[in-house]
Design a protein around this ligand. Sequence first.
Ligand SMILES: [Zn+2]
Length: 130
Amino acid sequence: MDGTIQRWMLMTHSTPDLKVLVSRKKKQVRAAFRQTCFERDGYACVMCTFQSTPARAEEELDAHHIADRTLMPNGGYVEENGISLCADCHHKAEIFHSTGHPQAGYSLEDLYEAIGSSYEKALGASARSS
Ligand SMILES: [Zn+2]
């Protein structure tokens, strides 16, 4: 890179600003959370056993936050708070988040139990993450 370009970059502050860096970090945290959940769950929906594959998981599965992001320190991007769900099961699990009333079989307790976790475990793990 020649001196002219360097001077221009300094003048225009054309380095990534903090907002860009923060959103990049968030994207990485989200991607890692999805990957960890999908791998642990064998690329299958935990609730109905729908089987996906590593290649199709990004399209066919969701890494659902069992307790909503807003209720967890650091957003709950930890495997103790995540469960791989197909689109149908994800919709059922989201009913609780949107209405406050769980669909039968898809309460927070049901979802935590299905992955051998609990709200307390998820809370602890999330508090330790950053
Ligand atoms: Zn399912």
